[in-house]
Ligand binder design. Structure first.
Ligand code: NAP
Length: 259
């Protein structure tokens, strides 16, 4: 299916690896001109080279911290007119809320709530003026069902979800949709880090933690990043113009509710 977005310009954040890179890969596959952003230059440059080898779209890269005002300002100074924005950054660390100080909460809110809101603020009016825009926030299944030990993520991402639910209703008449992708367990560096932290907390081996999680998973496997990337590309498509304000759970059926 032709998604009708060839030649569009996209910003994909947190895109040197994992889910962000998978979104960039799917968009480049649709002929989109992508700007990928992450903090560390080496892996980012290599990711852009791999994307350009794939085509048919192209990838530029820009090293920036999307949780900082300075980083965001550099992105939009270089590229003011994105048609598609995929917000994403690393997730906050696990822990016990009794140990967290105000600074821990501010860091989590900066990266996982306020950064996406600022990225939307910098792009949504231009999209509305041009009559087309797709904004995708990569959040977490924690928004549907809180994850034990990830209170910073549970809280910050729920705040973002509430905000964009309201905003999305005011942009769609001008062709701009805003949706969230909620990953369950996808096989990325972040997931490996979460398993390592859990293993340490519980005094178990990492393989044991991983196998136990797989045994409980209805799909008996973790998600493949490209599965999320393809869902992202579809939500960015012309065809998805009537999907707005939604939180799409991609978890292989782990969430136990009917709705
Ligand atoms: P990942 O493999 O660790 O990749 C994170 C990417 O984001 C890297 O490219 C990283 O590069 C970049 N990044 C991190 N912080 C950044 C910042 N402040 N500014 C710009 N780039 C930044 O993680 P992932 O598994 O793809 O996860 C992506 C997001 O989905 C995370 O927020 C994670 O918590 C959430 N999530 C993931 C899963 C899962 O199963 N994988 C499940 C639920 C939620 P640099 O470090 O070089 O910046």
């Amino acid at each position: 299916m032709d998604l009708g977005i060839s030649g569009r310009k996209a910003l994909v954040c947190g895109a040197s690896s994992g889910l962000g890179l998978a979104c960039a890969t799917a968009l480049v596959g649709e002929g989109v001109q992508v700007v990928i952003v992450a903090r560390t230059e080496g892996p980012l440059r290599e990711a852009a080279e791999r994307l350009n080898a794939l085509g048919p779209g192209r990838a530029d890269w820009l090293a920036a911290d999307v949780a900082s005002a300075e980083g965001r300002a550099r992105i939009f100074a270089a590229h003011p007119d994105f048609d598609i924005v995929v917000t994403n950054a690393g997730g906050p660390p696990p822990g016990d809320f009794r140990q967290w100080q105000r600074e821990d909460w501010i860091r989590a809110l900066d990266a996982n709530m306020l950064a996406p809101i600022e990225l939307i603020k910098a792009s949504v009016d231009g999209m509305m003026a041009r009559g087309f825009g797709r904004i995708i926030n990569i959040t977490s299944s924690a928004v549907k069902a809180p994850v034990d030990g990830l209170g910073l993520s549970n809280g910050a991402r729920s705040g973002l979800t509430g905000f964009v639910a309201g905003l999305a209703r005011s942009t769609v008449a001008r062709g701009v949709t805003i949706n969230n992708l909620l990953p369950g367990t996808f096989d990325t560096a972040r997931l490996a880090g979460n398993f390592a932290a859990q293993a340490q907390r519980e005094g178990r081996g990492v393989d044991e933690v991983r196998s136990a999680r797989l045994a409980r998973h209805p799909a008996r496997r973790f998600g493949r990043p490209e599965e999320l990337g393809q869902a992202c590309a579809f939500l960015c498509s012309q065809q998805a113009g009537y999907i707005n304000g939604q939180s799409l759970l991609l978890d292989g059926g782990s969430f136990p509710g009917t709705f």
